[in-house]
Design a protein around this ligand. Sequence first.
Ligand code: GDP
Ligand code: GDP
Length: 520
Amino acid sequence: DWKEAEKLASRLTLVPDAGHRDPYRMPLVAICGRPNVGKSTLFNRLTESRRSIVGDEPGITRDRIYGEVEWSGRTVRLVDTGGVIPDDEALIPSEIFRQAQVALEEADAIIMVVDGRTELASPDRELARLLLRSGGKKPLFLAVNKADSAEMFAQAENFRQLGFKNVQPISAEHGNGIGDLLDEVWAALPPEFVAEEPEESLDTEETEELEDMDGGGDPLPGAQQPPDEETGTPERRLRSHAEHVPTETKVAIIGRPNVGKSTLLNALTGTERAIVSPIAGTTRDAVDEVVHRDGHDFRFIDTAGIRRKGKTKLMAEKLSVIMSRKHLEAADVALLVIDAIEGVAAADANIGGYAHESGRSVIIIVNKWDLMTKAGPDGNRAFDGGPIADKKVYEQQVRDALKFLDYAPLLFISAAESKGIGEVFKKIELVARERRKRVSTGAMNRFLDRIDFQRASVPMNKRVKIYYMTQAAVAPPTFVLFTDRDVKLHFSYERFLANEVRDSFKFIGSPIWFKVKSRN
Ligand code: GDP
Ligand code: GDP
C-alpha cells in the first residue's frame, strides 16, 4: 500500500550505473502520472507516433513506450513510464512506485502529468512526493494537462501545492503550452555531444576498406572476426573508446507465464561452473543473482520477480508484461523465452516488441525443445501427434512471427533437461560485446561510399542524400546521418540502411538506431 511505497521510496537511491549510460547517449526524458491524465496523448503528440509494431490489448498494453522528439535542433529520447496499469487496485501503488523508480534511475529530466480538470487524487500526491523526495538534482516539471482554454491555463497555478517549481499548463490534445514546456525541459538537459565532422577526405581508396575494422591498428573487436575467439575481454579492448566500461552483463529473462523462465534461471544459475552471488536490488524484494563463468559476470535481474507467479491466469499474463518491461529497464540483454509447443503467441510478440523498442539486445530462446523431439507411441511422431520438429522450419515460423527481431540470435534449448545452457551463456557474451562495438568514422564513410542506394525501394520524394555518417553511441549502436534535408527517415529507407550496416558490421543481437541531422 501507500505506506509501503513510501518506505521503499525513502530507501530509493539513484543507481550510479544504470547499465546503459553512454557519454554520447541521447538524453532521456520520462513522462509519469496516474492513469487517464493524458500521458499517452502527450507522448504521441511529441513523438508523432509512427508505426506501431506490437499488438494492442486494451487496458494492458500500449503501442510503444520509447520514442524520439526533436525540438530546437536537438533530439531527445522520451519514455512513457506509465503504460501498464493493472486492473487490480492493490497493484496500483507499486505501479506508481515503479514509474517513479524508472524515471529517477534512467531519465535526465522528468515530466509529471496531472489532469487540470479534476481534483488531485492520492496517486498524484504520492507520485509527486516520491519524485520530489528522491529526485535530487534531476530537473522536475509538472505539466497540468487538459488546459484547453485560457481560464484553465490560469488555474494551473493551483497545482503548485504539489511542490513543483516548474509548473506548465498544457493541452496535450490541442498543443497549447507544449512548446513552452519543451523549451524549459530542453534548457535543463545536460549539454549536447556534438559529433565531429570527419577530418579525412571521403575519397579514401577502396582498397583500405574496413582495414581498421579487423585489427589494423584499431583495438576494437572486428566485425568480421569469429565471435567465439577469447582474446582478452571486450571491456579491455574498448577502454580507449568508451568512457563507461561495463564490468558485467545484465540479463533480463522475459516472456509469458509458463514458458519456463524460472526453470531457465535455475539452469543458468545452477550450472557446475557457475558461482552465484545474490545481490539485493534497489527495492525490498528485488534480488539479482550474479553468475561468474568463464571470466565473465552475468547478472540476472530480479530473480525473485522471475520466480513470482500470478494468482489467476489473466493476472499472471498481465504481471508477465509488467515484469518483462521492468526487467528490460535494468538490462543490457534480454532472453525472450518462447514455449516450443505453443509457438509465438500475441503476447510473445508484444513483449518482444518492448525489448526491441527499448534498445536492449535480444536472444530468442525456444524452450521445451525436448517435447518436440520425443517420439510418440508409434515410434516416430513427436508430442501432440505432429511430425518430429525440424529446427529450420520451426525457426522460420518464429522469424515470420517476430519480423522486427530479425537481428536476434535464436537458440533451441531444454531448460528442464539443462540442454543448450552453455550456448546461452556464449550468446549472451557475444551480443553484449556486439552492442558496445564502435565503428570509426573513416570506416563508416568508406562503407557509405559502397552502398548502392538505387536498390532501396523508397519513393523518390522520401529519399535523403547522406553526406556522411558517424556512430554517436554504443549500446545500442546509434548512428548520426548528416543529410541534405531535415526529415525523419522513411521507414523502408531506415530498414535498408540498417540491413546494409548489418551486412558490413554485424552488431549481432542489437537493434540499430539512426538519428538525422541536416547539414544545412
Ligand atoms: P494516460 O492514461 O495518462 O496515458 O491518458 P490518455 O492519454 O489515454 O488520456 C486519457 C483521456 O484524456 C483520453 O480520453 C484523452 O483523449 C483525454 N485527454 C488527453 N489530453 C487531453 C487534453 O489536453 N484535453 C482534453 N480535453 N482531454 C485530453
Ligand atoms: P515460468 O512461468 O515462465 O517461470 O515457467 P516455469 O519455469 O515455472 O515452467 C513452467 C512449466 O514448464 C513447469 O511445469 C516446468 O517444469 C515446465 N518446463 C520448463 N522448461 C521445460 C523444458 O525445457 N522442457 C519441459 N518438458 N518442460 C519444461
